[in-house]
Design a binder for this molecule. Structure first.
Ligand code: ADP
Ligand code: MG
Length: 444
């Protein structure tokens, strides 16, 4: 089935043609007609399946009805968890709407607020925003919601993981009751369903991949090794494999900086991307990586979430994530759209429990490879796949944040001051520092 049969009109079809897409992806095929019908929609499909166009295209169709947006108003609002993702989604909207009269804008934290207030003055048909900055702008009277028709939560699972729930609820309270709600996510977790209860009415549910399954176009393997051998081993793998474009995941911002510095010292161009970097530095790192000027992008989980780099051939886990689901998100960056991708993990003995949790989640023992000269002295325990079903997680209780964002103490950064409860705590615990730093960055 082609795009023409989905009910989109000529200017949108022309823009799709410019992108070179010849048919809708499975999630688009299901989501687009439901959104066009004015329904609330919950959509789940793994990363890289074209969810952005799944909500953007029908919204562009719905808004193109001759209605004019009033000054400082917005007709459709897309919330995303990170700055990169916000910029990327708006980039998509801009491309798909080029033959229409509709306007779009993007706002996020970590950069000056004044230019964003100016941009919003004329009114915006589609606004893409991170939650914190949106609330800041609202408090400064830069934005009004009485004309709002459509709300989208993109990467809703990640927004919850990152502790945005309170901000989301605050935003919901500001919006008109009568509106269309769209919730897009990689998975339908218990938390997502909980959130959906207070958000969507009679939703059409669409999904394509089973939750937490990894795309089968990804070849996964691990190299058991020792901590201090990881960096030189990575160099060797990059050089011997002649890898041209590789995304490497570290657990911490410091780790990402250190590794990037080391690689550059070895003559392999690398750039870190994480929340302590200014927005400009992050945009530049991503652009340089996409253009091939930088060979290795060293990322933390939060910074990398949702970044769209087409057909990434290599993903490396320099360290395994503490949260097993993040492994699935990380390797989702490779093997997209039918391309075969490789995901390798350098694993030291101390990471055995993380490894076993991942293998349990993906229900697969990862094949172990060796690189001469870099074998583990400290032996990594053998994997035993536990095939008992995974118990559903209890919904998290919302935790009282330490900072009251209403008082303007917000940084508007991706990760908010309040930490998610429970097991994610350790993992995202550094977000407070990230906020503080980016705030001073934004003001300075
Ligand atoms: P997701 O939000 O599901 O992770 P994206 O919306 O970022 O995925 O899309 C992933 C990639 O697929 C993008 O590069 C996008 O341009 C491309 N894409 C989207 N729809 C199609 C399509 N119908 N045909 C080919 N490529 C597509
Ligand atoms: Mg997406």
């Amino acid at each position: 089935m082609g795009f023409t049969s989905l009910g989109l009109s000529a200017p949108i079809l022309k823009a799709i043609g410019d992108q070179g897409y010849d048919k809708p992806s499975p999630i688009q095929e299901q989501a687009i007609p439901a959104v066009l019908a004015g329904k609330d929609v919950m959509a789940a499909a793994q990363t890289g399946t074209g969810k952005t166009a799944g909500f953007t295209l029908p919204i562009l169709e719905l808004l193109d009805n001759g209605q004019r947006v009033k000054p400082n108003h917005v007709r459709a609002l897309v919330l995303t968890p990170t700055r990169e993702l916000a910029a990327q989604v708006q980039d998509n909207i801009y491309k798909y709407s080029r033959y229409q009269k509709l306007t779009s804008n993007v706002v996020f934290g970590g950069v000056k607020i004044n230019p964003q207030m100016m941009k919003l003055r004329k009114g915006t048909d589609i606004l893409v925003a991170t939650p914190g900055r949106l609330l800041d702008l609202y408090q400064q009277n830069a934005i009004q919601f009485s004309q709002l028709e459509v709300l989208v939560l993109d990467e809703a699972d990640r927004m919850l993981d990152m502790g945005f729930i309170r901000d989301i609820r605050k935003i919901l309270a500001l919006l008109p009751q009568k509106r269309q709600n769209l919730l897009f996510s990689a998975t339908f977790s218990d938390e997502i369903r909980q959130l959906a209860k207070g958000l969507v009415n009679n939703p059409v549910e669409v999904s394509v991949a089973p939750a937490n399954s990894t795309a089968n176009t990804i070849e996964q393997s691990i190299y058991p090794t020792d901590k201090r051998k990881k960096a030189p081993m990575l160099c060797k793998l990059i050089q011997e494999g002649d890898w041209k474009q590789v995304l490497v995941f570290c657990r911490t911002k410091h780790g990402a900086n250190r590794l990037s510095y080391y690689l550059n010292g070895q003559g392999i161009t690398a750039a870190p991307i994480h929340g302590n970097k200014s927005q400009n530095a992050r945009t530049k790192a991503l652009a340089d990586f996409k253009s091939g000027e930088v060979r290795v992008l060293v990322a933390t989980d939060i910074a990398a979430r949702g970044i769209d780099i087409p057909q990434l051939p290599q993903v490396v886990n320099f360290e395994l994530p503490h949260v097993a689901e993040d492994y699935v998100h990380r390797i989702g960056r490779t093997g997209r759209a039918g391309e075969v991708g490789k995901a390798i993990s350098l694993v030291e003995a101390a990471e055995a429990s993380e490894l076993f949790a991942i293998e349990k989640l993906i229900q697969q023992v990862l094949p172990r490879l060796e690189l001469e000269g870099y074998k583990a002295v400290n032996e990594l325990p053998k994997s035993k796949l536990d095939t008992r079903p995974i118990r559903p997680k209890k919904p998290k209780k919302p935790k009282k944040p330490k900072i009251d964002h209403i008082d303007g103490q917000r940084s508007g950064d991706n990760a908010r001051g309040h930490k998610p409860a429970g097991k994610n705590k350790r993992h995202y615990g550094s977000s407070t520092t990230q906020n503080r730093n980016s705030k001073s960055g934004a003001n300075g």
